[in-house]
Design a protein around this ligand. Structure first.
Ligand code: HEC
Length: 243
């Protein structure tokens, strides 16, 4: 009897370990003091990405992380002016009227659209946000400023999409260029033009920077998912073509 009890105990603990290891549990992700999980409470993903909708987690948060959370600015450590922009929660609790669809009342939009260069965000000498990103913010506000997220790989990881024009360039614009552009790019790395991106791809730094399990890029942002990592790797292995 005792033997059976022991066996049962053994089986039970073995299967529960197996069960835990297979789960996509956020607590199992490697944590890193340099890149703590920026968003402890991300919204659940709800199906495919409707091109007519704007999603906070997929489209708006990367703009904020890339343009506003670099060292000395609006990250959880530096909290410049008390503002933190590394998650929905921190944004709504530190920015006045951050979800209001009124471009004067909404302090985030006011700072972005400010014409006085001394007060505009991101501050000069950084460039103003690209118009496409400002329009995404406006559309998200007009659609109710929801804390929403969609599944970019709905229906499986589409490797046919691993091209410069359809994948690499939009990814760089959304998640990297806020820090890696202009006259003083972070880490001395520019990721704006095709030639710049190709150089960093071919010297191996592009993939290693996004794939490593601590201090990954985008700095301060969520780690890119496995599908995105595979697509970057495939594009780099193909010789970083302009396709
Ligand atoms: C919030 C600012 C920020 C964002 C966003 C960001 N980076 Fe960086 N990046 C840095 C800083 C700062 C460094 C300098 C090294 C460090 O501090 O880790 C750096 C360094 C790098 C380097 C140099 C070598 C290395 O491995 O560190 C590469 C390559 C790089 N980033 C790629 C990217 C890519 C690709 C993205 C977008 C997916 C991105 N970065 C997004 C701030 C940023």
């Amino acid at each position: 009897m005792q033997r059976y009890a022991f066996l049962l105990f053994f089986l039970a603990s073995f299967s529960s370990v197996g069960f835990l290891a297979c789960q996509h549990d956020p607590f199992m992700q490697p944590t890193d003091p340099n890149n703590p999980d920026p968003d402890p409470d991300p919204p659940p993903t709800t199906g495919f990405c409707d091109p007519d909708s704007v999603y906070f987690q997929n489209q708006i948060l990367p703009i904020l992380v890339s343009n506003c959370t670099e060292s000395g600015c609006h990250n959880a450590q530096d909290r410049q002016d008390g503002i933190v922009l590394d998650s929905y929660q921190s944004m709504v609790s530190t920015v006045e009227n951050a979800t209001q669809n009124d471009l004067h009342e909404n302090k985030l939009m006011r700072a972005i659209l400010e014409s006085d260069l001394d007060d505009r965000m991101p501050p000069s000498p950084k460039a103003a946000l690209p118009l496409a990103q400002i329009n995404l913010l406006k559309k998200w506000l007009a659609q109710g400023a929801q804390k929403n997220a969609c599944d970019e790989n709905f229906g499986g990881c589409n490797m046919d999409d691993a091209k410069f024009g359809t994948f690499i360039q939009p990814l760089m614009q959304a998640k990297c260029q806020g820090c890696h552009s202009g006259n003083a790019p972070q880490g001395g790395i520019k990721l704006t033009s095709y030639a710049e991106i190709k150089t960093v791809a071919m010297n191996g730094k592009l993939y290693s920077a996004v794939a490593r399990t601590s201090n990954w890029m985008p700095k301060g942002g969520a780690k890119l998912d496995d599908c995105n990592l595979q697509k970057i790797q495939a594009w780099v292995s193909a010789g970083a073509p302009l396709n």
